[in-house]
Write a protein that binds this ligand. Structure first.
Ligand code: NAP
Length: 271
């Protein structure tokens, strides 16, 4: 598959989305970045423009909250008006707020679903008619390892990432005859501002459960994502653990739960 001429990346101003943008800029792609904070978008644009390989490459930014349907739709339409139909739409915008179930305000559950799930859905619906018209395109949804198994402390986050899995799996077959590919990414813990934010409220049990897994760099995850899209993979799983979890999650779950329950009991005894 050729590198995209135009990629729209939600959440492209930071972390994994920005790392994808860097790699695509180096391949000659024009980029549209959608996120809320204008200053972060501007900083990303300046970095990416320095990476340009071709004279006509452009970096377009739109400040929008993808959880707001009108804003998401308008942001994608502006990107299309500016740079044409996207070859890729990468939906990376996301939030995570771990905690004990009853200690997380219900508004956080609602907001997490609004950003992670509906923010993805709105952007896909906005971009799809233009992709269908050009009869090609690639949609890349960024889920999480927490979209494969539910983990202690992730009652707000996990369901939003499971929902993306349901969306991507059901959309895949519908869009394939139209020449549009769908991929879903299950990143492990990745060193980004989101992970730093998560660590502020992560329960001790969650910290212990996730402690053994390697933390990836955003660029490492971006590299695997680009390679996955290149070979037209549906599920993209950075690292051995995510690969095994993707293939065997239902089989492994009873054993994993036993091990998680032991960790939980140990931490509870200490508290
Ligand atoms: N880091 C990890 O360990 C990890 C692991 C698995 C999956 N993921 C997933 O990977 C994706 C990227 O996460 P990251 O770790 O790279 O996070 P990050 O560095 O915090 O970046 C998140 C991006 O999303 C944007 N964003 C957040 N809320 C938004 C909203 N309502 N509307 C528009 N843009 C919004 C942010 O910009 P503004 O704040 O300016 O809007 C930023 O550009 C997320 O979907 C996350 O769930 C991350």
């Amino acid at each position: 598959m050729n590198p995209p001429k135009h990629a729209i990346i939600t959440g492209g101003s930071s972390g994994i989305g920005l790392a994808i943008a860097h790699r695509l800029a180096a391949q000659g792609a024009s980029l549209s970045l959608i996120a809320r904070t204008p200053e972060k978008l501007e900083a990303a644009r300046a970095q990416l423009e320095a990476k340009r390989r071709l004279p006509d490459q452009q970096v377009f930014t739109v400040a929008a909250d993808v959880a707001d349907r009108a804003q998401a739709d308008q942001a994608v339409q502006r990107a299309i008006a500016h740079l044409g139909p996207p070859d890729w739409l990468v939906t990376c915008a996301g939030i995570a707020r771990p905690g004990e179930f009853l200690e997380i305000p219900v508004e956080v559950f609602e907001r997490t679903m609004a950003v992670n799930y509906f923010g993805t859905l709105y952007c896909i619906r906005a971009a799809l008619p233009a992709m269908e018209q050009q009869r090609h395109g690639q949609i890349v949804c960024v889920s999480s390892g927490a979209g494969l198994i539910g983990l202690y402390g992730y009652t707000a986050y996990s369901p939003s990432k499971f929902a993306l899995r349901g969306l991507a799996e059901s959309l895949r077959g519908e869009l394939k005859p139209k020449g549009i590919g769908v991929s879903i990414v299950y990143p492990p813990d990745t060193d980004t501002p989101q992970l730093a934010e998560e660590n502020k409220t992560k329960p001790l049990v969650t910290q212990k459960i996730t402690a053994t897994a390697k933390t990836w760099s955003a660029d490492g995850v971006a590299e695997v994502i680009l390679a996955g899209v290149q070979r037209r993979a549906f599920a993209i799983t950075p690292g051995f653990e995510m690969g095994v979890l993707n293939r065997l999650h239902s089989v492994l779950l009873p054993m994993l739960n036993q091990s998680f329950d032991k960790i939980t009991a140990k931490v509870r005894n200490l508290q």
